[in-house]
Design a protein around this ligand. Structure first.
Ligand SMILES: [Ca+2]
Ligand SMILES: [Ca+2]
Length: 250
């Protein structure tokens, strides 16, 4: 799995569960039906993985491709979306001028044409200048507002120090399959919004918006283990990978 800068109190039980899921997944992937089931039970076809802290310069907010910004105390959740006519916002996501569901046209104008990066920027004015990031994700919308697919970071929880207002933050990789890339980038009016789940909010937050913005894919960032791709990819893609692996071993 991906290395973590500062994991929030190591939880062996969680890791064991993950390993068990991988083992179980490998056993079950021999069946196409189960492969499809795994794809849907993961609640997202695409995955988001933690890459690294990044330091870059810029004036932030208006000059980045913001997708969702949440602001509350002592925890935050919320989402940005697209209903086919209007931009939508929920929870603590209320910066409507700089953070909203972005169009494919906007992404392409920023050289994002396939798998890409998302940066989480932590603004904390309180005494404890860090937050606990549990989960977040992206929702990919069709031009008429339907959900095409989602991508999610599902843990482990990250203890992240404030990076301040600017363009520095924590880089994650959004890993899309070729089918997802074709589907999403096939229409310039499709949109991508962001979300922090209400049942897994960002914890220990204080005054100052915590922002997610999209960036071009970062060359040289870690590539996920094949097992993770196999387990979390779509059923058919996972089955294809399984067959390829079996073929190699035979
Ligand atoms: Ca804090
Ligand atoms: Ca904050």
């Amino acid at each position: 799995m991906v290395c973590v800068l500062k994991s929030h109190s190591p939880e062996p039980a969680t890791l064991d569960k993950g390993e068990e899921r991988v083992k179980t997944g490998k056993r079950l992937l021999g069946f196409a039906a189960v492969g499809l089931l795994l794809g849907s039970s993961a609640a997202s076809a695409a995955t988001i993985t933690f890459a690294d802290a990044i330091a870059s310069t810029g004036t932030g907010k208006g000059n980045v491709l913001g997708v969702v910004s949440v602001d509350n105390t002592p925890s935050e959740f919320g989402s940005t979306g697209w209903d086919g006519t209007n931009l939508t916002f929920s929870g603590d996501a209320f910066d409507t001028s700089n953070f909203f569901a972005r169009t494919v046209a906007e992404l392409v104008a920023n050289d994002i044409t396939g798998s890409f990066g998302i940066v989480f920027q932590v603004n904390e004015a309180g005494a404890v200048k860090d937050v606990q990031l549990q989960q977040f994700g992206l929702t990919f919308f069709s031009s008429v507002g339907g959900v095409l697919f989602t991508a999610q970071y599902s843990g482990p929880t990250l203890d992240l120090a404030a990076t301040g207002q600017g363009t520095s933050g924590y880089l994650f990789n959004v890993l899309l399959s070729q089918a997802e890339i074709n589907q999403f980038f096939g229409n310039n009016a499709n949109r991508v919004g962001g979300f922090v789940p209400s049942d897994s909010p960002i914890l220990e937050t204080s005054d100052g918006s915590d922002n997610f913005f999209l960036v071009q894919g970062q060359p040289g960032t870690p590539i996920p283990e094949p097992a993770s791709i196999l387990l979390l990819g779509s059923g058919l893609a996972g089955l294809g990978g399984w067959r390829a692996r079996r073929g190699k071993r035979a």
